[in-house]
Design a protein around this ligand. Sequence first.
Ligand SMILES: [Fe+2]
Length: 494
Amino acid sequence: MRNLLMRAAALAVPGMCVAVSPVQAHVSAEHDAPAIAPWQQASEWPDRIIASFEGDPATSIAVNWRTAASVTTAKAEIALALPDARFDQNARSIAATSETIDLDAIQRAGVRIPVEHNQGLPGASYHSVRFDGLAPNTLYAYRVEGADGKWSEWFQTRTAPARGTTATPEAPLRFIYLGDAQNGLDSHWPRVIRAAFQTAPDARFILHAGDLVNRGSRDLEWAQWFRAGGFIHGMVPAIPVAGNHEYDSIGLSEADRERALAFLWRPQFRLPVESALPAELHETVYDVRYSDDLQVFVLNSNARDLAAQAAWLDAKLTASTARWRIVTQHHPIYSSGNERDNPRLREILLPVLLKHKVDLMLQGHDHTYARGTIEDPVQLPARHSAGEAGSVTTMFVNSVSGPKQYEFRENGWTDYGASGVTLDRMAENTQFYQVITIDGGTLHYAAYTADGRLYDDVRLTKAADGTKTIAQEREELPDTRRFDNTLPYPGRGQ
Ligand SMILES: [Fe+2]
């Protein structure tokens, strides 16, 4: 197997000193490995460039990129994004942290993925930097390097506002939230991330609520995911959440198989490490404090032991002074996919959410759209009709950005009525993106279909004492989308 992989690898890497005629390459590729698109192959040029948060978003930005394995060291540069054509004269350089991923070794370790998934791929180097010491709310330009002199273009990205300032209607804080991409990454998903960027070009980050891809160890799917976002990934930092499809079953024998985070997750996303949590949760459970207005807490709902995360979240929320607190995880507290349920999440995590009156819970997994609320029992009962404000403790959303679609839970959320939640808006058979805008005391939540039409639209308003009201923004919204009033979904019911 090793020889086969190495031989295929030699054919696949451009620039390697192996004389192969096009005919030979064609024949060999047919016998040894599936054809590998040029855009999947790592080269001496940087690709899969993505920004993220590891430190304080007001003063730092993290960036990851990939090259061929032959590039073992790399660097990046950053400068203030000035109007001057040669703003780059004052750029400062920083050495990258680099690691090489050997796909062949990973196959031998027993990652249970069909060998053809990564066959012919020689492995690659993954590089990352964290630019520190930046000024808050300032536009920077950065670029990353592969082999000597092989630079990316300059990407512009803005740091978070300084603490002590607050968003206003004139200068709001906006971000994008996407449910499962997962499938159609080279066909049906690209239009969604691009439409989201068109709707909110000033988004400060994109929250990906898990199942970014379908097979977390399959390099091709990550190649497609990165290509779909293109320069958006470099400009708008990502807050990625680990879904069940970012996990693999690893181990050489059935007896010692266990589920583990896909090997590409940590090399390609530079994320905070919560050292107090078990190592297996590192870079999947973390928080991002984004100015005084917002704190995002990322959980890993794949973990068998949720208690450690519940305790971590409880402590973090207790200490948090952010005006708006949002929790995200892949599996929903309230399922919306038919015949799906996660009672352990309600048992272990819901009490923490309600104790702290977490404002928003953003989730994926169920390949449907659902938004609902739990009323605040100490306030007036919520009324969800247009124009009327009701009280709310926590708003829950499940969404999906990719083309894979499930039927909605048969009884809606009525089965969950005992916990006080009501379902306010739902959809089937539809790809969504969401734009969430904070302007101080209000949080505007808007869900759009892939064609850019507004589908769901509410505003949460928070008083100085922390009580919240919710109001629907518009009376006219599209009819509820269901399988029986939308285009047929091939394969449904089979
Ligand atoms: Fe999914």
